[in-house]
Structure formats: C-alpha cells, structure tokens
Design a protein around this ligand. Structure first.
Ligand code: 6PG
Length: 250
C-alpha cells in the first residue's frame, strides 16, 4: 500500500528549505514519541543540504533527542571519507557536525579508502540496513535531477534493473562522479514518508513528468517511488511551474 503524491509549493528555495525543515523536525519528534529509534534517509544535492542547514535554525529542533536518530543515505558518491563531494561530508557540514548524534548512528557508505569496490560497499551498506532492522525508514528525503533521476537511479541506466537487492553499485553515472552506491527502488520505497525536495525552473519538466500517472520509471525514475503512509512533493514555485494549473496561479 502506498500513498498518492501530494504537492506543497513554497515561494522560493529558501522558504522551501525552511518549511521542509520545520516539517522534518515535527516528523522526527512525532516518531520519537512512538518508536525508540528514528531512521532518516538523507539525500545529496543542494536541496539535501539546504533542508538540513535549516533544521539548525528551526525553533523546535531543540526538542529532538538526537541520541535515538539514525541517518542513512539514499545514495553516496564512491569517494574517500572526508571528500567534499561526498553527500555525507556535505550533510555533516550542514547539520550532522552540529548536533549530538552518536557516531554509530551515522550509517555512512564506505568509499575506496574503506572498501575494495563500489560493489563491496553496496553489499556492506545493505548488510548494515538489514542489521539495523531499518528496512523501514521513517522519512526518505529525495532530491530530483533535471533528468528526473533520484538517488543514483538515472533514466535508461542499467542499474535500475537490479531487483531483489537493497543497495547497488552504479558506474558511468551521467552526473559526476561516475561511481556511486545507491539504494534500489525497492529499498527507497520501504519508507513511511517519502519527500521529494525540488527547487528551480530547471527541474520543472522533471517534476511534471514524475507526477504524470502515465510515467514509466525507465524514463522517469522519480515517478516510481511512493511512501507507505505519505508521498510529498515539496516544491518551490519555479519547480512547480509546469504542473497543470500552475500557469493560472499567476
Ligand atoms: O548524489 C547525488 O547527486 C544526489 O543524491 C542526487 O540524487 C541529487 O539529489 C539530485 O541530483 C538533485 O540535486 P540538486 O538538488 O543539487 O539539484
């Protein structure tokens, strides 16, 4: 059972980040009131870090008990620990280095300094997901590329075809760097809430295609993932500008 997409539009990228951060803080606090651990799956890209940076300035964030929060990544660039292009590094600079989240709760994907190959990293990451029982993420954050890719699942890329797996190695990524590790569609969908975070006019076509019920995931990966309880498209006005009726909004 999955939840039909719901669209929320904010005036610009910063208000999108701020409002989504407030939504995330509330979701964490709600989850903490009913579960001993909260599992968040973070995303790379500019919106992935923008929402985290806004969490720091969200008034309610002081109510989050970070000791019970676990963070994962929907995808990671296969680069050594500390590399500025790693999603983990960018998300740490935005938030994780500034909150008391235990190191063992940060489930990073191994880079070439800690694994022999992206394939080995994918296997180890999948084992970590299984061991933590996380299979069910409380909130899955996903940025969306102009080509409607999510995580490191790209249109017409053979990595899409891998099933019966939690994480996969991705090579020849059209978005640099070329080598990555990504959760599969199935793993991404093991989420109570799936939130797409999308800003900018360059994403408007991808958003419109992803929300078209006739979309095929081979062409439009972002159309293929929905949450078990909630699927939100959190957009700024520019990213929503090609949706039906958007032009009438004036
Ligand atoms: O590793 C990555 O590159 C990201 O996970 C990728 O999936 C990103 O989320 C989108 O490309 C959107 O990125 P922007 O928000 O920067 O456009």
């Amino acid at each position: 059972m999955t939840a039909a997409p719901r669209i929320v539009v904010h005036p610009d990228k910063q208000s999108l980040a701020d409002a989504s951060a407030a939504r995330l803080v509330t979701a964490i606090i709600d989850a903490q009131s009913v579960r001993p651990e909260v599992h968040l799956c973070l995303t790379g890209g500019s919106m992935g870090s923008a929402i985290l940076a806004s969490v720091l300035t969200t008034p309610g964030s002081s109510a989050v008990d970070w000791s019970t929060v676990h963070v994962w990544w929907g995808d990671e660039r296969y680069l050594p620990a500390g590399d500025g292009e790693r999603n983990e590094t960018q998300n740490a600079e935005a938030l994780l280095d500034h909150v008391p989240i235990p190191a063992q709760n940060v489930h990073a994907v191994a880079g070439p300094d800690r694994s022999a190959s992206a394939e080995a990293s994918a296997e180890a990451y999948a084992a970590d997901v299984r061991a933590s029982g996380a299979g069910d993420f409380d909130v899955m954050l996903l940025g969306v590329g102009p080509d409607a890719h999510i995580a490191s699942l790209f249109p017409h890329h053979p990595a899409q075809r891998t099933t019966d797996a939690i994480a996969i190695a991705v090579h020849d990524s059209p978005k640099p760097p070329p080598d990555r590790v990504s959760l599969t569609f199935e793993a991404l969908e093991h989420s109570r809430r799936v939130w797409f975070l999308v800003a900018g006019a360059d994403k408007a076509d991808a958003v419109a295609k992803a929300l078209d019920p006739s979309a095929d995931r081979w062409d439009v990966p972002a159309s293929a993932v929905k949450g078990e309880a909630e699927t939100l498209w959190l957009l700024d006005t520019d990213a929503a500008s090609r949706l039906p009726g958007a032009q009438d909004a004036g």
